[in-house]
Design a protein around this ligand. Structure first.
Ligand code: 5GP
Length: 173
């Protein structure tokens, strides 16, 4: 398989530090909850929270399944729920990539309706606005990219390549 570097590990780390500073500015020292949607965001999430200065945050996880082949069908299901009570708290939902927006739209509605937080903001490392199918924007965006399939830094290629330290395009299989 041939991979082409799309965003280097250094550029990612610079951006993660920038995002962490912006989230810190928003949260202050509040007892906020950082939530990662598994599995794709786990690498980004762990780097991001380690760059944050707020030592009152807690971390929680959920996971989703979307019934898709290569095309998104629009049906998203929560397969793992939060384990903590986030009632009345500020929440930052962390996701690897915002593509059609269907996954985050579903999670946002679910968290707001079922878990009653004070507020939910969205932080994504990558944003592909040209592929959006619902009206949704992230509050904290790392990189805005073209409509291309990217892998690495948590993003998988048939479950592999999540451990690649940079983001790449698959040029040949
Ligand atoms: P959405 O619901 O916004 O269409 O997509 C969200 C999910 O689709 C992401 O969390 C990710 O798992 C997957 N996805 C979207 N674009 C890409 C991509 O370019 N590469 C990889 N590996 N996954 C993607």
């Amino acid at each position: 398989m041939k991979l082409k570097t799309y965003i280097t590990a250094e550029k990612i780390q610079e951006k993660v530090a920038e995002l962490a500073a912006r989230i810190d500015e928003y949260l202050g020292d509040s007892e906020a909850v950082m939530i990662a949607n598994l599995k794709g965001s786990v690498i980004f999430f762990s780097d991001l929270i380690r760059q944050m200065k707020n030592m009152n945050i807690t971390a929680d996880f959920l996971s989703t399944e979307s019934y898709a082949g290569t095309e998104h069908t629009g049906i998203v299901k929560i397969t793992r729920d939060l384990s903590m009570d986030i009632t009345g708290k500020k929440v930052v939902l962390v996701e690897d990539i915002l593509d059609t927006g269907l996954t985050l739209e579903h999670i946002m509605r679910y968290i707001r309706d079922i878990h009653n937080p004070e507020d939910v903001k969205i932080c994504v490392l990558l944003d592909k606005p040209s592929n959006r199918r619902v009206e949704l924007a992230a509050d904290f965006v790392g990189f805005t990219i073209e409509n291309e399939f990217v892998v690495g830094y948590g993003l998988d290629y048939y479950e592999k390549l999540r451990n690649l330290p940079y983001i790449a395009l698959v040029e040949e299989q």
